[in-house]
Every structure is written in C-alpha cells, then in structure tokens.
Design a binder for this molecule. Sequence first.
Ligand code: HEM
Length: 403
Amino acid sequence: MSATLEPDGTHAGVPAYHFDNRLGGPVLSHQHRWDEMARTHSGFRSTIARGYWVVTEGEAVQKALQDWRTFSNTSVTALEPNPRFLWIPEMLDPPLHTTWRRLLGSAFSPKTVAAREPEIRQVASALIDELKDSGGTDVLDAFARRFPTLIFMRLMGLPEEDLPRFLDWVHDLLHLSYGEDPDGNRQMSAMNAVSDYFEEQIALRRESPRDDLLSRAMTWTIDGEPIGDRDMHAFCILLFQAGFDTVPISIGWALYHFAAHPDQRKAIVANPSLVATAVEEILRVYSFVVPARKAMRDVEIGGCPVTAGEMVMLPLAVTNRDPGRFDDALEVDLHRKATNHIAFGSGPHRCLGSHLARLELNVAVEEWHRRVPDYRITPGQDLEQHGNMYGIKQLRLEWGQTP
Ligand code: HEM
C-alpha cells in the first residue's frame, strides 16, 4: 500500500478515492497516508462498496464525535449503515447509552483500576521474566498479546486456561488478510465461537453467580428491568472487541518505537518517571482507532455534503497528528506538556477502559525496560501492519543476555 490513494473521480463535487481501510500495509503506511490526506483535503469520499465519507480535518473529527445527535452510534461500521447486530454500549445513543455508562462506570473507574495494579504488575513481570533470557522473540505473541488478554479474562471472571482459545479467536476475527480468509469463513466461525462461548458463560452465572464483572452486571436493572441475556451478550461481544486488541497494539507500537529510537529508550530506562508521558505520546503518534458514525440529518462536515443515513469515517490519527494542534506533531516528545490527544476518542463514547488501558501500558513499558533495557529490531523483517486497526503483525526483537 502506498501513501497515495488511487483517485476515483468526484462524488457530489468532492474528491473520491478507492480507499479501503481494511487493507494492511507496510509499517506506518496508514498513519503516513492520513497525514498526506489531511494535508491536502478536509474530507473525501471512499468509493468502496456503497461508499462513505471520510473526514480528514482534525477539529471536525473531534466535533463530530461529540455531536451524537447528528452523528449516531446506531452504526459504527463504515461499510454497514444498517447492521443487524448490536454492541453495548458502543452502538447505543443517549439516553440509554448514558444509563449503561453510569452502571459500568464504577467497574472501570480510576479507583477500581488502581486497586488491581499489584496484580497487573505481577502478571506483566512474570511474562517478561519467562522470555527475558531468550535473547529475542516475537514480542507481540510472547508478551504484548498475552498480558492484557490475561488481565481482561481475570476481570471478566473467565478461566485462564481458555487463554490460547481467546488468542486464536482474536487472530481469526481481527487479523486475517483477504488472502488468508478470502470467503470470510474463518472470521465467521471465530465470531460464532466467541458468541457461543459468552452465551455459555452467561448461562453459568445465571445458575450460580460469582465475584466477577459478568455476574455483577446481571444484577443491574435498566428502567426497573433486569438486563436480559441478549443485552448481556451484546455487552460481552463489545468488551471482547474493545478490550482485546487495543492494548496489545499499543504495547507493540511502544516496543517498536523504543527499539527504533535508542536515545529515547535510554532516557526512559534512566528515568522511569518519563514513562507516563511516553505512553501518551505513543497513543497519540501511532493512533490506530478509526471510528465511524451514521448521519441522522443532512449535514456538511470536512467539506463533505453528507445526506441523512450515510456513514462518516472519523480517523483519530488526523486529530492526533495535526500540526495545527501539536508542535512537531509527528514526533514522540518525552517532555510534551499538551495532553489533549483523542486516542481514546471524544464525546459520550470516549473509551470506558481508558484508565485500565493506561495502567496496563505504563506497567508494560516500565516492567519491560526494567528487565530488558537494551534491545533492537531483528534485522531482515518486512514489518507490516494490519488494516482496520493498525497493529503491527509480527515484531521480532533481539537483545543480549540480561544480568
Ligand atoms: C490503548 C488501548 C485502548 C484504546 C486506544 C481505546 C480506544 C477507544 C476508542 C477510541 C473508543 C471510542 C470509539 C468510538 O468513538 O466509536 C473506545 C471505546 C470503548 N473502549 Fe476502548 N480503547 C482501549 C482499551 C480499552 C480497554 C482495555 C477496554 C476494556 C477492557 C476498553 C473498552 C471500551 C469500551 C467498552 C468502549 C465503548 C464505550 C462507549 O461506547 O461508551 N477499551 N476505546
């Protein structure tokens, strides 16, 4: 994939391109392409399938995410304005969305999350201890994917021996290229397996509740009614999608970045108090979430004449890498003071798991560098990233024996 898109005429007077966010490409290619499009356009039309609008003006992206009356979450999939599935709370609009967020708030609050820090640190440390004397490995498989997945399973009260199944499902659901799964069968069967798995877990807890998030959620009521199995299921599926890939992707980018920038790596090893800003900068510069919304009325945004019912894609990278918003916007600056990135989104759907994600990322970067302070990218790899969310596919690092 090149940084330049293939033009496909115009649509309602706006430049149109054959733009497909599902395609993977060389490492950083998506971020560079967003830079290029943001430099030259405030918005454009994608001609993939029935087509959708893409906003590339940083401020406009954030405003749209906050304007839920105009830009609804009833669909969040650019290619599918009328989905037949529901993810809770992501695909709800206020006021029902607000009710769910209130119920979920305490489970993901800064205080609840901070109480889990010792356990989170212990899980990260144990995983890194296992691999630190190996001299090198694919750090995504050996660490970045296992660590947050284990934490998430504990939070939900799911048995840890199911970890390998979860990692396989995440892979088949989110990481397969067109060539690996041309008819989408593997993806569909992973989706069915995840769906059956959560159905079973919900039924188990209806029978005998436990001390976990799923059991607690079953005691909640909305407008006086208990939450039914269908909504519990929609909630589990969303948490699975939101919570499983995002932290691994970010850890991957952090290790990639510090392998490629030895001076910054040495700085955080010498001064771990820089890690908090480093994590925010990695989230900002390597931004990978690309939300979409459904327009509820005719509206113009980023120069695009959007008609009610059409889909609008709102890439966070264009806001987070906007030179009008950040000095040296494309650089990770370990001393940056500005904190107004939107890697966790903006508006009512801002990431519910952001405190947990931040803690996991801080712990991962701190504990990794405590144990493996000096490492580099193993030569001879063609580093590639997935489409949709831009996680690195494989990242082999190598290091000397640690003391
Ligand atoms: C670095 C890691 C993460 C990033 C960058 C991230 C980013 C985001 C973004 C951008 C959104 C908003 C999507 C939209 O506007 O359509 C979101 C929503 C959400 N995230 Fe995260 N996320 C991360 C980790 C997590 C984790 C660990 C969890 C839970 C365990 C989680 C749970 C959620 C949920 C439930 C929502 C939906 C919120 C709602 O609809 O009100 N996220 N996340």
